[in-house]
Design a protein around this ligand. Structure first.
Ligand code: GDP
Length: 140
């Protein structure tokens, strides 16, 4: 199976509740390795650029406000089929629909404040990783 990298964010609702370690344990238990990680405060421009694909959606403004409402932890995760594996351990976007044992089922507050982001494809993972990390930051 292919070793891949994916991009992850621990969102402000989770950093506010001091859940970084518990979320990282779920990622590691799923076989993902955290090969880069930093805690940052996103600027409005960062959040608008990152979520540009959603800019026509009615919740875009609220989503940007939420993502800059506190610190986030940006991460690069590595492992076999990392993109799909991370999406599985995250759970569905709406925590009401998320499977038992997933991060969003256990920790998310709402469809917006849903604790984590994970890339949805290898192509987007590469773009998102490059937006926040340089090659030297990532130690596999
Ligand atoms: P994801 O890939 O599972 O994160 O889901 P999407 O790419 O569809 O949405 C991106 C993010 O926008 C989600 O993780 C939520 O934080 C937020 N979001 C999605 N749908 C809604 C919604 O209906 N209302 C609000 N307020 N936020 C939403």
């Amino acid at each position: 199976m292919a070793i891949e990298r994916t991009f992850s964010i621990i969102k402000p609702d989770a950093t506010r509740r001091n859940l970084t370690g518990k979320i990282n344990a779920k990622l590691e238990d799923a076989g993902l390795r955290i090969v880069a990680q930093k805690r940052i405060q996103m600027t409005r421009e960062n959040a608008e650029t990152f979520y540009a694909v959603h800019k026509e959606r009615p919740f875009f403004g609220e989503l940007v406000d939420f993502m800059i409402s506190g610190p986030v932890v940006v991460q690069v995760l590595e492992g076999e089929n990392a993109v799909l594996k991370n999406r599985e351990v995250m759970g569905a976007t709406n925590p009401a629909d998320a499977d038992e044992g997933t991060i969003r089922k256990e920790f998310a507050e709402s469809i917006e404040a849903n604790s984590v982001h994970g890339s949805d494809s290898q192509e987007n993972a590469a773009i998102e990783i490059a937006y926040f990390f340089s090659g030297a930051d990532i130690v596999g």
